[in-house]
Design a protein around this ligand. Sequence first.
Ligand SMILES: O=P(O)(O)OP(=O)(O)OP(=O)(O)OC[C@H]1O[C@@H](n2cnc3c(O)ncnc32)[C@H](O)[C@@H]1O
Ligand SMILES: [Mg+2]
Length: 183
Amino acid sequence: MPPLHIDEGVISTMKILIGSKNPAKVTAVKQAIQNEEAEFISLDIPSEVSDQPFSDEETIKGAINRAVGALNLGNGDIGIGLEGGVQETSHGLLICNWGALATEGKAPIIAGGARFLLPDEIAIRLRAGEELGPVMDDYAKKKNVRKHEGAVGIFTNGFVNRIDMFTHVVKLLVGQYVYKSNK
Ligand SMILES: O=P(O)(O)OP(=O)(O)OP(=O)(O)OC[C@H]1O[C@@H](n2cnc3c(O)ncnc32)[C@H](O)[C@@H]1O
Ligand SMILES: [Mg+2]
């Protein structure tokens, strides 16, 4: 995937607030924007939804709460929130990933990322109330999968990791933001 170069001046001088300190999310934002003049600040913003969001709706809400919360707390230009969740379907339990971009006075922009079926042994544990983060560590016999390759990295044999996945989401967000700003 070619890097997203934003030369319009809209992004380059901006203060971009990231609503999480998870290094996979923070790296994804920096990697997607790839602008050395932009200032990035990561803040621990609560999603204000369940620790394990259980629908697209709830996951989107978490992403928006983090984006808006970061914007309000950090006194910057753009807030970005990224949230992982799951969605029940007739095929089984899908992992879902959502992002939101908030700016002052405008409705947040949202974009979705990768979705794929979780194996039954994982889905059963989540339905029983466990959180994906610790379940993945247990399953993969690793520590902090959520901060590194993520479930997506484990189940794609490393072909797509959590940073790649969220980088794509942030490109979808920023691309829409630039499109709307130039209209
Ligand atoms: O520090 P924060 O920003 O909260 O990052 P997080 O890794 O906890 O990510 P989310 O809150 O967005 O995800 C909700 C839950 O799902 C877990 N999760 C989501 N995606 C995951 C992934 O790819 N691999 C492992 N766990 C994941 C995560 O650990 C939480 O339990
Ligand atoms: Mg979390």
